[in-house]
Design a protein around this ligand. Structure first.
Ligand SMILES: NC(=O)C1=CN([C@@H]2O[C@H](COP(=O)(O)OP(=O)(O)OC[C@H]3O[C@@H](n4cnc5c(N)ncnc54)[C@H](O)[C@@H]3O)[C@@H](O)[C@H]2O)C=CC1
Ligand SMILES: O=C(O)[C@@H]1CCC=N1
Length: 273
């Protein structure tokens, strides 16, 4: 029997392409093991530039016995329309990996068969540079080998966490799935503030970007809590304390972040309906 090590990536937009880059750059997958299905010609070409096979639909894939994982990276709104084209591939033994926000495992079982092996993954776009946060949640039909293969792929894109309770995936989505956008906005806001303080645009962008990057790396590598690292920057009566009075007074930023995460969590739950 041929080795089952093929991956079909369905949808190669922002998230699909970010993961594909992580897989290939890390050497976890050879380009020859991946087929990208993407109807958008420009995005297909971008993927082909990495050396993978591409197709505009699934029609040539039905007889492939080597497909271990069908990774679905299409918008939640089109998932129901996309799934029937993968029924045969799944019946042939492929495990479904969905990165779609909100869509519950049950929906895949209903569309593809009650015993379909399904892994939900909530990735994020820093996967493109191997710095993603990849949260996995599988149903009971996923075999050990497929789970291990999927975990290896996700580990190539960043850190992996596995959760048992699928009910938590909406919260996961709101924190780490959408989270990079909050931090990108933080960079934008710090850049705007730097400009308002009189710095030239290019210096403002450099200072904001590198400060957020440096703080994130330091927070992950120092072994200290973020609270302790914050205290180390904050001299009593100094400049940082003056700024933190604005951000932390009345728990301002924590309340705002909690409100933002709750809005995303609710939207994720809605997308699943
Ligand atoms: N963008 C992000 O940061 C994250 C996105 N996600 C999830 O990833 C999924 C994709 O999101 P994005 O990449 O942002 O959207 P996107 O719109 O950039 O990519 C979706 C791609 O699917 C393609 N597509 C549409 N119909 C198709 C079909 N029948 N067969 C194959 N491909 C098809 C589209 O042409 C498009 O390129 C969504 O379900 C989203 O919830 C999850 C975590 C983070
Ligand atoms: O905005 C969205 O719906 C997707 C899911 C998580 C990040 N992007």
């Amino acid at each position: 029997m041929a080795a089952r090590n093929g991956v079909v990536l369905v949808g190669c937009g922002n998230m699909g392409f970010a993961m594909l880059q992580g897989w290939l750059q890390s050497g976890t997958l050879d380009a020859g093991d991946v087929t990208v299905v993407e109807p958008n010609a420009a995005l297909r070409e971008r993927a082909a530039g990495l050396g993978v096979a591409t197709a505009s639909d699934s029609s040539g894939l039905q007889d492939r016995a080597d497909i271990a994982l069908a990774v679905l990276a299409v918008k939640p709104q089109v998932m129901d329309a996309v799934l029937p084209a993968y029924r045969e591939i799944v019946a042939g033994g492929a495990t479904v990996v969905s990165v779609a926000a909100g869509i519950r495992i049950e929906r895949f079982e209903q569309a593809l068969g009650a015993k379909t092996p399904v892994i939900r993954v909530m990735p994020n776009t820093p996967a493109a540079v191997g710095a993603g946060m990849m949260v996995m949640c599988a149903n009971g039909h996923v075999g050990a080998q497929a789970m291990e293969f999927a975990r290896r792929l996700m580990a190539a894109s960043g850190e992996v966490a596995v959760i048992e309770d699928e009910g938590l995936m909406d919260a996961v989505t709101a924190v780490s799935g959408s989270g990079p956008a909050y931090l990108f906005h933080m960079i934008e806001a710090l850049t705007a503030a730097a400009e308002a303080a009189g710095l030239p645009d290019d210096i403002a962008a450099q200072l904001a970007g590198q400060t957020v990057y440096g703080a994130a790396v330091y927070a992950r590598q120092s072994g200290e809590t973020p609270a302790r690292l914050r205290e180390q920057v904050t001299s009593p009566g100094g400049t940082t304390a003056a700024a933190l009075d604005v951000l932390m007074g009345d728990d301002r930023l924590t309340k705002l972040m909690t409100e933002a995460v709750e809005a995303a969590r609710k939207r994720s739950a809605e997308l699943g309906k």
